[in-house]
Design a protein around this ligand. Structure first.
Ligand code: NAD
Ligand code: WQD
Length: 356
């Protein structure tokens, strides 16, 4: 990418997007963020500016709004690639309102791809998920593992992967990196940016950190009858900054014009739920309360990445250990007990572009 070009980051005010924007800015790349702020706050953009010391170009835009997307592309003809994070991401919610998930994630992505096609932008990095593997037959999971998600959210990722793959097949000058994230965790080392869950957190680490801060009484451990070393399920927790750096590596890979490529972004190391409780308790400095409950429907025993393909082809490797990951989460949570909730969250009106 030339120094005068820009990367459009959809969903750049969100958890993974904001950390990726920081890494892009720190490596002197120009960034344009769009986000509809449905699950994030404009305060995240201000904090990116504080951390990097750079002014951020942001527009409040919905990816379903093609006219608004085209306006951004026309205002920024230097945009040459897109990192696409924008989407709804709660597995449980997706089983209750599947149409909203299919519309926002799939129609939204098609609208974005159409707008890119109209202006001739042909490089995209897409946020996929390890959930596309369903209940995998082999651990650690290679990219060649069968695809078959068990929930509507995961199916949006699976379908979008196919849409992007078909687009690249039909147009060999398009390039795409489909990044299958394992379990992102942790926060920025500054302590001023991290995950900002609205309402009751669905995921393990944000819930556990709300137990630590006193907002929740105890953690419900979902199942201790899995065939694992302590009976609880295994996941591959990757620090969000390592994950963010994976996007820069993937973007660089697109310069080689690889067509459509898939990569697992994980550490290759699995941890059980109880190991995570122990690791986070260590960071907090006291034992955190938990109760063993029934399994959560839809959960699988083990999702651990085989990250060899990303390690070799992207020259990228997760480097941050679990203790540092837990310490960064506690640093963020203890300094910001309510996340970004107490800050003014909406974008100034001059940054809103809206036609739908
Ligand atoms: P997030 O909710 O913090 O960020 C997503 C952002 O997209 C939010 O800021 C939200 O406001 C925005 N958004 C949603 N719909 C939009 C729309 N129609 N138009 C414009 N903006 C919209 O989530 P995250 O954890 O940062 O996840 C980023 C991406 O990574 C998502 O696509 C998610 O599915 C994927 N992913 C996340 C995880 C995880 O555990 N966090 C794991 C695998 C994949
Ligand atoms: C981790 C482990 C739970 C909460 C999901 C999506 C995936 C990605 C990350 C997407 C599991 C256990 C959890 C709790 C618990 N998201 N757990 N008590 O289910 O691996 O992955 O989130 O964008 O696509 O599928 O993550 O953090 O919810 O759960 O015991 O209160 O912790 O059963 O074993 P999961 P998670």
């Amino acid at each position: 990418m030339s120094t005068s070009s820009s990367v459009l980051v959809t969903g750049g005010a969100g958890y993974i997007g904001s950390h990726t924007v920081i890494e892009l800015l720190n490596s002197n790349q120009n960034v344009v963020i769009i986000d509809n702020l449905y699950n994030s706050s404009f305060e995240a953009v201000r904090r990116i500016e504080t951390i990097t010391g750079k002014k951020v170009t942001f527009y409040k835009v919905d990816i379903l709004d093609k006219k608004a997307l085209l306006q951004v592309f026309n205002q920024h003809p230097e945009i040459s690639s897109v990192i696409h994070f924008a989407g709804l991401k709660a597995v449980g919610e997706s089983t209750k309102i599947p149409l909203d998930y299919y519309h926002n994630n799939i129609t939204g992505t098609i609208t974005l791809l159409q707008a890119m096609k109209e202006v001739g932008i042909k490089n995209i990095v897409f946020s996929s998920s390890a959930t596309v593997y369903g209940d995998p037959p082999v651990i650690p999971i290679p990219e060649t593992s069968p695809i078959g998600s068990t929930n509507p959210y995961g199916r949006t990722k699976q379908f979008i992967e196919s849409i992007i793959r078909d687009l690249c097949t039909a147009n060999p000058d398009w390039n795409a990196a489909l990044l299958r994230y394992f379990n992102p965790a942790g926060a920025h080392p500054s302590g001023i940016l991290g995950e900002n869950p609205l309402g009751v957190p669905n995921n393990l680490m944000p819930f556990l950190s709300q137990v630590a801060i006193g907002k929740r009484e105890y953690l419900s451990v979902f199942g201790q009858d899995y065939p694992t070393r302590d009976g609880t399920a295994i996941r591959d927790y990757i620090h969000v900054v390592d994950l963010a750096k994976g996007h820069l590596a993937a973007l660089k890979k697109l310069d080689d014009q690889p067509g459509c490529v898939e990569y697992n972004l994980g550490t290759g190391q699995g941890s059980t739920v109880l190991e995570m409780v122990q690791a986070f308790s260590k960071a907090v400095g006291r034992d955190l309360p938990y109760k063993i409950m029934d399994r959560r429907p839809g959960d699988v025993t083990n999702l651990t990445a085989n990250p060899t393909k990303a390690n070799t082809e992207l020259d990228w490797k997760a480097e941050i250990d679990l203790d540092t990951t837990c310490a960064s989460l506690w640093n963020w949570q203890s300094k910001n007990p309510n996340g970004l909730e107490d800050c003014p969250g909406d974008a100034p009106p001059e940054l809103v572009i809206k036609y739908i």
